[in-house]
Design a protein around this ligand. Structure first.
Ligand code: BGC
Length: 904
């Protein structure tokens, strides 16, 4: 069982030690065979508190000491108490040994889950030889408040600070707070903040849905006197009036909806709910808004207001607020948090009294100020992405957003302050009004966004690509603020749907987006009209209804990407009717099978493409996706209807847009031809000429530069790669002259720009806009070659592209089934490829080669797997090999492999 050598000897000693003291470690370190399942998730979340899905889905990752391993069965146990699990008893659900290879999306099917209950679960699996693993460590999940009648709370308002005292007659055994607000909250108990979320709850269409957050507050309340307080901010619910007429009715003030449930020793219970017995007052936050910033007058603080014993006789009674009207749902996604603290790289003093901090990175969040000075001194921080040559901040890219935080000092020593209810997109902070001269230590950058976990990494031998990858990731995460936003700095920051879908694949490869998009797709459903229409932005604040088809397509496409990346079939089921309604709406606009209406088309392109072509491309795409979903869900009649419709749209597309004389679509832009080719809308006999014209346009007319907007660029590089022109795709990716990603890098970008052009003046011109980042998916899928063949990577295809002078590329993805990685190196006559395939997955691995290579040999480790034109069986895990169009393609099971290809 144990290999006694070097490091494993100490493991053995540790093991013997545990046995000697009578306690066998839970994980059998060093044991061969199936390892205990790890990374247990419920509804994509780790140990979630407060979920409201009645049949939550479970996920686990497998590990095994051998290659080529699969799960052949599992046993899951769900218990109401953790002690039961230690005795291997699942009193809530234990289906016994289930013969199945499913290790993701396993839906709960036990006794009904009860409101407010915590459940514990663990799982073990059996491998291909029928060997059982040890059980995993226990994980847990907790239900939220499931029935509307359990809510005793009332919506209340009346001031931006609300408080209530309560007394508990006995020791606390368990306590939970359930909270939501119109606008933002900071919940406080006995003088302390509850939890770490900021800018919470997530932004929703409030009249449709309000998301409540559940906190375990067992350790924050106690027998005797207690106090709860809430600070409220306007958030998206109460927009400032000067931003023009809002599309949705704004609320006049933020409001609170809170319920605390406490269980005490001796079975006593207490429910405390927000109601008009609460007290309200205006606190030190004298103004707050997402675009404009926050002003905090520390002289107005009321010390002790959030603790028991505070004299609130001057406070008003809280008022009942009008309920927003939506349903209450559990917030089940990574919350917005302060993710990191950045130390400024530089401080300058361009004018007397003006200090400008450079954080060295464009980020979303705010600054923390450290200051001491006379009472009443107002220190103002203004935020900007750029500086002028004279060192003063350039705020032309943030349009009308005031992006200004002001702190008014108490005057009692060192004061540290950060705002609560605003955020900015910035690299530079201008400080004025500072008493004395600030130092680098007077300010810190606080990075704030939805706390999605990084799950992917990519690097290659070309530093330009690495720099692009870096700005993609920065741009992507700083634009996750409970919805995917277009930008984080100006008076916008909307869930623009076009931007959302073009970045979705890249985002899913770089970060764990499963719960985030599950929520966003529901947000989309919430804006859908009875006529099937959806809107340009979700929640709907900007733009039109119906959405531009290239924006509305986010609904079907993100659902589909969720299925591809995570194997999520439930999202397809839950949205099928909505998707169908959406497609049926589009159909009413396309009586002759061509969908022409368009507002933005291939937005921000260097060379414009007619919007009608872009809209019609997405009409075809949406119907195609719907037909696939219908087939998958066994709706055969619909599948047939939409497959037929698809064929009609295809024919009509060609008739409408093909210019036979020139051999191009519409006006012959890169986007027009690339879209047509990408979805195979080009009849066979025209494919050669259209591809040729696309090639000529890129190479000869534009010296291998892109001229597309953010729509075209999503498909151009994958299309070229697929059609055997990966070198050309790489040329586009690696360019450093205008227009290119490298051009942004050369010009100092630390996040992606909105425009290909370098513009520092007024007009639409954000310096943090993630939408051109779709190329990030191409890094993983084409250069490193990581692709899913079947949903959720059960079958995957590793097919890296060796291009031009690139000598290596490497990527890894933390998929729903575990780690996948692919790393290759290329030197003349030799290619190495290291691959990791998760347990319970299979991969088809295409070993990349030099174009003209012959007499190829492939070794895995020391053993030949391909020689003399033939597959050589015998290497563990490598089950087959073929030559496909000159490439050696191997079939491999799970495990780590090191391939080396040599040839002449
Ligand atoms: C946004 C875009 C968005 C567009 C719609 C802009 O103002 O920033 O990213 O997709 O409007 O055309």
């Amino acid at each position: 069982m144990f290999k006694v050598n070097g490091s494993s000897r100490s493991i053995l000693f540790a093991f013997l030690f545990f046995i000697a003291i009578g306690c066998v470690p839970h994980v059998a370190w060093g044991a061969d065979g199936p390892q205990p399942p790890a990374n247990l998730r419920c509804e994509y979340l780790s140990n979630p508190v407060g979920i409201d899905v009645k049949q939550p889905r479970f996920f686990w990752a497998l590990d095994h000491t051998e290659r080529g391993q699969k799960q052949t069965a599992y046993q899951i146990q769900v218990a109401t108490r953790s002690e039961l699990l230690t005795q291997d008893k699942g009193d809530q659900w234990d289906p016994g040994k289930v013969t199945s290879d499913q290790s993701t999306q396993v839906a709960y099917a036990g006794k009904p889950l009860e409101s407010g209950h915590t459940y514990f679960w663990k799982v073990r699996t059996w491998d291909s030889q029928g060997r059982a693993s040890a059980y995993s460590r226990a994980a847990q999940f907790e239900m939220g408040l499931l029935a509307p009648e359990e809510w005793k709370a009332q919506w209340i308002a009346g001031g931006n600070q609300l408080r209530k005292e309560f007394s508990l007659p006995a020791k606390v055994v368990r306590a939970r707070a359930y909270v939501t607000t119109l606008g933002y909250y900071e919940l406080r108990l006995n003088g302390q903040k509850v939890g770490e979320n900021v800018l919470d709850p997530a932004w929703t269409t409030y009249e449709k849905r309000n998301l409540y957050i559940t906190y375990d507050i067992t350790w924050q309340v106690h027998q005797g006197a207690n106090a709860v307080g809430a600070m409220l901010g306007n958030g998206w619910a109460v927009p400032p009036k000067h931003y023009g007429p809002p599309i949705v009715t704004p609320y006049s003030s933020p409001a609170l909806f809170l319920q605390i449930q406490i269980e005490m020793e001796g079975g006593k219970q207490l429910t405390l709910a927000s109601d008009t017995s609460w007290k309200a007052a205006q606190g030190p936050i004298t103004s707050d808004g997402i675009y404009d910033g926050e002003t905090y007058d520390a002289r107005l603080e009321a010390p002790g207001w959030d603790s028991p014993g505070f004299n609130d006789s001057s406070w008003q009674a809280a008022q009942a607020a009008k309920p927003p009207g939506g349903v209450l749902s559990a917030q089940m996604m990574p919350p917005i948090r302060v993710i990191d603290t950045l130390v400024p790289v530089k401080m300058t003093n361009p004018r007397p009294g003006v200090f400008v901090y450079d954080l060295g990175q464009n980020l979303s969040g705010w600054a923390e100020l450290r200051v001491s000075g006379p009472r009443g001194t107002a220190v103002t921080m203004r935020f900007a992405e750029l500086v002028y040559d004279d060192g003063m901040i350039n705020r032309e890219t943030i349009r009308r957003a005031k992006a200004r935080d002001t702190y008014i000092l108490r005057g009692d020593g060192l004061e540290t302050w950060e705002p609560r209810f605003t955020y900015h997109g910035f690299r530079y902070v201008e400080v004025t009004g500072f008493p004395g001269t600030p130092s680098l230590d007077s300010l810190r950058g606080r990075l704030v966004h939805s706390a999605v976990e990084p799950t992917g990494s990519f690097a290659a031998s070309n530093p330009t690509l690495n720099a692009i990858q870096k700005i993609i990731r920065w741009g992507q995460r700083t634009n996750l603020h409970s919805v995917p936003t277009d930008c984080d700095q100006r008076d916008e920051r909307m869930g623009w749907m076009g931007d959302a879908h073009v970045t979705a694949e890249e985002a899913m490869l770089n970060f764990d987006m499963a719960a985030f998009y599950t929520n966003f797709v529901r947000d989309i459903r919430d804006v859908q009209g009875t006529d099937g229409t959806i809107t340009d932005t979700v929640p709907h604040k900007y733009g039109s209804r119906p959405a531009d088809p290239a924006w509305g397509t986010a609904y079907p496409l993100i659902c589909w990407y969720m299925y591809e990346q995570y194997g999520d079939r439930r999202i397809l089921e839950e949205n099928y009717e909505g998707l169908k309604k959406y497609v049926e709406f589009l159909r009413t606009k396309a009586p002759d099978n061509v969908l022409r209406y368009s507002y933005y088309g291939d937005w921000v392109a260097v060379e414009k493409t007619p919007g009608a072509l872009v809209s019609d491309f997405y009409y075809y795409y949406d119907v195609q996706v719907l037909a696939k979903i219908a087939k998958l869900l066994g709706k055969s009649e619909d599948a047939q209807t939409y497959t037929q419709l698809n064929a009609q749209i295809k024919e009509a597309f060609h008739c409408e847009f093909y210019d036979a004389k020139r051999g191009v679509y519409a006006n012959g832009t890169q986007t027009a031809n690339a879209l047509a080719l990408f979805l195979d809308l080009v009849p066979k006999d025209a494919q050669g000429v259209v591809s040729g014209n696309l090639f000529n346009d890129i190479v000869y007319a534009h010296d291998s530069h892109v001229t597309t907007g953010f729509i075209g660029v999503k498909y151009l590089l994958p299309l070229l790669t697929r059609s055997g022109q990966a070198d050309l795709a790489y040329d586009l990716a690696a360019k450093t002259t205008y227009p290119s990603w490298g051009y942004m890098i050369e010009n100092g970008a630390t996040t992606l720009w909105e425009l290909w052009q370098k513009r520092l003046g007024p007009s639409m011109n954000s310096h943090n806009h993630p939408m051109m980042g779709s190329i990030g998916a191409w890094f993983y899928q084409a250069l490193a070659g990581i692709n899913e063949e079947t949903p959720g990577y059960e079958r995957l295809r590793i097919q890296p592209q060796i291009v031009r002078d690139l000598t290596w590329a490497s990527a890894s993805v933390e998929s729903v089934r575990g780690t996948i990685s692919s790393s290759w190196t290329h030197s003349p006559g030799m290619i190495t490829l290291d691959v990791v395939v998760p347990v319970n997955s299979f991969a088809t691995v295409t070993i990349p080669k030099e174009e003209e290579m012959t007499e190829m040999t492939v070794r895995e480790g020391e053993r030949a797997v391909w020689e003399n034109g033939k597959f050589v069986p015998g290497a563990p895990g490598v089950t087959g090999g073929r030559e496909i169009s000159g490439d050696i393609v191997l079939e491999v099971g799970s495990g780590r492999y090191s391939f080396k290809l040599t040839g002449r």
